[in-house]
Design a protein around this ligand. Structure first.
Ligand SMILES: Cc1ncc(COP(=O)(O)O)c(C=O)c1O
Length: 381
């Protein structure tokens, strides 16, 4: 029997490769984006409570109502935009599901989708599996990964169905500004182009910056599906609970796909999150918490010969290592894991053409001791 692969060019993801290598060489794992510290004991106690209360059967397709209600309240508080919990908020099994469902709901054969690269690895395959064509806008470190909206304009065609945004951004740690949203709005205002906005790092934004979601702009709000996740916000990446915010008509299309993907999401965790979200400090304190981690990491690598711009958000710091070696980033990331015991992610893997700008990504969602040890080892380079 011969299997005709639908994704012949997809291998094991770099995150698995680097994490396995980190385990094999007992390296400090600053590669994959997850915290090495635990979530609040209050949150696990709430999950336990709801399991004991018998909340163990299927949740409704759209998610349990108390969770949707509190997401609506939080979104209105923070961004001044109302989403109806019954019809415009859907709880899903992680942002990865939200992204796949949103793309599948909208993208048909030969539709074009604009992606800003470097980008999170699930976007391109999700588009291709639906017969769509990614159209890349390439952002580079020379330009601090900022978007040139004239270039975006030149990539828009009659076939453009969707534009995928990600702010704060993985892997570069950049954020979109109000001006970015304004420029995007001018480009799409008389079109049927929709926006998928990946905002999993919404609460991890530094130096007093504000999170600008496209939903803050009326022209963009009506065409945007926001993909959010509780994994990054509450240090529970393994729970895989996220959500999609979208106007009613888009949410209807989104739910049609969600029902065939997972149908519904783990019940007791949804109830626990609904309670935990009532205390706003549980998410409003996160930027400060991670800003301290970013600053700690930057301080720990001050003697390493890297050059970098401090991350504006997310839990990733990208660094340029040109002063140290001219090896390509993939080989260097592997060598550093094996030889000095610090695992990172080469930025080239986030470009479809594997562009090598001599950049590595380090995840600083780690306890201070790990960051200090990583800094010591990297400073010897
Ligand atoms: C930009 C971005 N989007 C989506 C995800 C996936 O989120 P989830 O774990 O909720 O599926 C990640 C996780 O690393 C991410 O960095």
């Amino acid at each position: 029997m011969q299997i005709q692969s639908k994704q012949p060019h997809i291998g094991t993801t770099i995150f698995t490769v680097m994490s396995q290598l980190a385990n094999q060489y007992q390296a400090l794992n600053l590669s994959q984006g997850f915290p090495n510290f635990d979530c609040s004991p209050q949150l696990t106690a709430l999950v336990h409570l709801y399991m004991q209360k018998g909340m163990n059967q299927y949740a409704p397709l759209a998610g349990v109502l108390p969770l949707r209600e509190i997401i609506a309240e939080k979104t209105e508080d923070l961004y001044g935009v109302k989403y109806h919990p019954e019809t415009e908020i859907t709880v899903v099994s992680g942002a990865t599901e939200a992204l796949y469902a949103a793309i599948t709901a909208l993208v048909d054969t030969n539709d074009e989708v604009i992606l800003f690269e470097p980008c999170y690895d699930s976007y391109e395959p999700s588009i291709r599996l639906n017969g769509g064509k990614p159209i890349f806008v390439t952002l580079t470190p020379d330009n601090q990964y900022k978007i040139d909206w004239q270039v975006v304009k030149s990539k828009i065609s009659a076939k453009t169905k969707l534009i995928v945004l990600n702010t704060p951004h993985n892997p570069t740690g950049t954020t979109l500004s109000a001006d970015d949203l304004e420029q995007l709005a001018m480009l799409v205002k008389d079109t049927n182009i929709c926006i998928v906005s990946d905002e999993v790092y919404e609460h991890i934004i530094f130096d007093g910056r504000q999170h600008y979601s496209p939903i803050c702009h009326p022209v963009l709000q009506e065409r945007t599906l926001v993909c959010g996740s509780f994994g990054k916000t509450f240090h529970v990446t393994g729970w895989k609970v996220g959500y999609c915010l979208a106007p009613k008509a888009l949410s209807e299309e989104f739910r049609k796909v969600h029902q065939w993907l997972t149908f519904s999401t783990v019940t007791p965790i949804q109830y626990a999150l609904a309670d935990f979200l009532k205390d706003k400090s549980n998410y409003l304190s996160l930027s400060m918490f991670y800003q301290q981690k970013r600053d700690k990491f930057i301080d720990c690598i001050k003697n390493a010969r890297f050059s970098f711009t401090p991350a504006e958000g997310s839990f990733f710091q990208c660094v340029n290592y040109q002063n140290i070696t001219d090896e390509n980033d993939y080989d260097l990331a592997k060598r550093l894991t094996k030889e000095i015991g610090v695992a990172s992610i080469p930025i080239s893997v986030f470009y479809h053409g594997k562009n090598d700008y001599k950049m590595l990504r380090f995840c600083f969602a780690k306890d201070d001791h790990t960051l200090e040890m990583a800094g010591e080892r990297l400073s010897k380079l």
